[in-house]
Design a protein around this ligand. Structure first.
Ligand code: HEC
Length: 131
C-alpha cells in the first residue's frame, strides 16, 4: 500500500514537472543547433544555405527541400525523417547516408541529441512553431 502511494506520487510529480522539462530541452536544443547554423536555417523565412532548410523535418522525405541541390546519396537514401532516423543520422551522418556531402562529424551525446530533436521537430513546414 505504501509502495503504491509512493508510485502514484512519483507519477504525479513526473506529470507536474514534464512541461518545464520540455521547455528546457527546446532551449538546450536551440543552443545545440548553433552547430548546424553555419549550414542550415530553420524557422520562419528559412532559406537553403550550404545545406537545405530544415523546416517540417518530422515526416519529410530526404532530399526534398525546394530549390536545394542535394547529392545523389542524400536524394536517393529513401529516408523519411522522423525521431528515430534523425537520432541515428546525427550521431554519424556519413554512416547513415554514405556519400552525403554534409561535412559534419556528428553529435554523440544522447541528451544533446534528444534536445536537438525537441528543437528541430517543433517547426512545421512553414517554419512556424507547432502548437
Ligand atoms: C558544414 C555544413 C553542415 C553542418 C555544420 C551541418 N550540416 Fe546538415 N547538411 C549539410 C549539407 C551540405 C546537406 C546536404 C547533404 C547532401 O545533399 O548530401 C545536409 C543535410 C542535412 C539533413 C538532410 C536534409 C534533407 O532534406 O534530406 C539533415 C536532417 C541535416 N543536414 C541536419 C543537420 C543538423 C541537425 C546539423 C547540426 C547538428 C547539421 N545538419 C549540420 C551541411 C551541414
Amino acid at each position: 500500500m505504501t509502495k503504491l502511494t509512493f508510485g502514484a506520487l512519483t507519477i504525479l510529480t513526473m506529470i507536474a514537472t514534464a512541461p518545464a522539462a520540455m521547455a528546457q530541452d527546446v532551449a538546450a536544443g536551440k543552443t545545440s543547433f548553433n552547430k548546424c547554423l553555419a549550414c542550415h536555417a530553420i524557422g520562419e523565412g528559412a532559406k537553403n544555405k550550404v545545406g537545405p532548410e530544415l523546416n517540417g523535418l518530422n515526416g519529410r522525405k530526404s532530399g526534398t527541400a525546394e530549390g536545394y541541390s542535394y547529392s545523389d546519396a542524400n536524394k536517393n537514401s529513401g529516408i523519411t525523417w522522423d525521431e528515430a532516423v534523425f537520432k541515428e543520422y546525427i550521431k554519424d551522418p556519413k554512416a547513415k547516408i554514405p556519400g552525403t556531402k554534409m561535412a559534419f562529424a556528428g553529435i554523440k551525446n544522447e541528451t544533446e541529441i534528444n534536445n536537438l530533436w525537441s528543437y528541430v521537430s517543433q517547426f512545421d513546414k512553414d517554419g512556424k512553431i507547432k502548437q
